[in-house]
Design a protein around this ligand. Sequence first.
Ligand code: SAM
Length: 292
Amino acid sequence: MASLGNPTNTIAILQKYNFNFQKKFGQNFLIDANILQNIIDAAEVTKDDCVLEIGPGIGTMTQYLCENAREVVAVEIDKNLIPILENDTLAAYDNITIINEDILKVDINKIVQEKNGGKPIKVVANLPYYITTPIIMGLFESHVPLDSITIMVQKEVADRMQVGPGTKDYGALSLAVQYYAKPKVMLTVPASCFMPRPNVDSAVIRLTRYQNPPVVAKDEHFMFNLIRASFNQRRKTLVNGLTNAAELKVTKDNVLAALEQMGLPATIRGEALTLEQFALLSDILLVRNKVS
Ligand code: SAM
């Protein structure tokens, strides 16, 4: 099978199988061989690696992964793509497992156990943009053993993942990603590298999972609830944002006392806090909630 990373071979496969793109699945296939090689290089895939690919499409990047990794598992939701992958574009490889499932419903920990003895895998994907955040959060929050996640996302989402306090893009996603991993934008990718062309610019970002996280909250779940509540009401002070979020069960007095303990003004907004400060606030409020 010839390489798919160009318009001619991609169109040939699409026509052979009479394939129609499904917008609801975020199907934009890569058609640029340089970009594909750059992604494999950015992910530092080697013959020691077990790689999970989310959304193989017609198998364009999967071919590169099969050539460079020891083992590849590809999870694809669209059943119409499975015969193309199995009988045609990936038929020559014996190191690929194709799973026809929704990535948000698959037990990824089980796959890692079966395919890599529970040792850390690499995730490499040109993500379906409509579920970028739940995919990333799902991987981190379910504590899948991971070395890194190297993914194509919308450029503005990549920017959001790597910024700190004081910028308009800073939010719950920045904090969640940076709690678990070190983000680095590896390349930007113009819309012309995809078929069909998306309406947005894209970027490849690598999230390298921390072995020793720089910040650890006593209760991760509580800290992320605090973070979400702080950014839900961005224009409000942190005190109002947190006390308005009924599910947190924090009192105004406790939040004010925690801020004072941290040397922060009562009027501060959530968007001004660093990850370290959110973790500390979370730890202090946990104790105060228990005693009050
Ligand atoms: N990897 C291919 C490439 O680079 O050319 C295709 C990338 S395309 C942006 C996203 C792929 O994810 C599509 O094949 C789409 O069908 C698949 N997909 C969408 N939602 C999915 C889900 N919930 N679970 C698994 N795959 C999904």
